[in-house]
Every structure is written in structure tokens, then in C-alpha cells.
Write a protein that binds this ligand. Structure first.
Ligand code: SF4
Length: 96
């Protein structure tokens, strides 16, 4: 699925959550929908379901594979996240 196939991807970008449980401060939806390597945060439903129909938004803008990867795969956890960040830094260095 390419960007033009995501019809309502940016529709909620300006919405603001007063406190992201991960960052500890305010965050716009734009961050939430792409913070996971350009895919949504796995807590999207928990944080935004009271604001709008998250299920409809997700189904319109992400493939079945992306949905499974984000919402049906256990999160890495703190240590796993650290190693994941380190791996991405190393990959970025190799590309330079
Ligand atoms: S969806 Fe994720 S990034 Fe967005 S507010 Fe919730 S925890 Fe934070």
C-alpha cells in the first residue's frame, strides 16, 4: 500500500493528547500514527478510541499485514526497544 492509497491518513493529525503515557507530555496524533517506523503506536486504540473511530481509521489506512504487525504482535519491552534503537542506529551508520 502506498501513500495515495491511505485516504484519511492525516485526517486526525491536529488532535492532541494532553499526556502520552510513553513520552510523559502532550502529543499530536500525527506522532502516534507514525512513531513505530512510520506505522502507528501499538497503543493507538487505548489512547484514542474515546476521540474517534480508531478501528475505522486503521482499516482505511493500513494493510492487514501492518495491522497484525502493530496490534497483534507483543511489544518489544524496554530492553528490546533499546536494542531495536541501537540496531537502527547501526543500520543508519552503514548507509552513510
Ligand atoms: S498512542 Fe502511543 S504515542 Fe500516542 S499518546 Fe498513546 S502511547 Fe503515546
Amino acid at each position: 500500500m502506498t501513500a495515495p492509497d491511505r485516504p484519511t491518513l492525516t485526517l486526525h493529525d491536529e488532535r492532541e493528547k494532553w499526556r502520552c503515557p510513553q513520552l510523559g507530555g502532550p502529543v499530536h496524533f500525527e506522532y502516534c500514527r507514525r512513531m513505530n517506523r512510520n506505522l502507528p503506536c501499538h497503543q493507538l486504540y487505548k489512547c484514542w478510541s474515546e476521540e474517534f473511530d480508531v478501528d475505522d481509521y486503521v482499516k482505511q489506512n493500513f494493510t492487514e499485514e501492518e495491522i497484525v504487525n502493530v496490534f497483534h504482535t507483543p511489544p518489544l519491552g524496554r530492553v528490546g526497544t533499546i536494542f531495536d534503537v541501537l540496531r537502527r542506529v547501526e543500520e543508519a551508520k552503514k548507509k552513510q
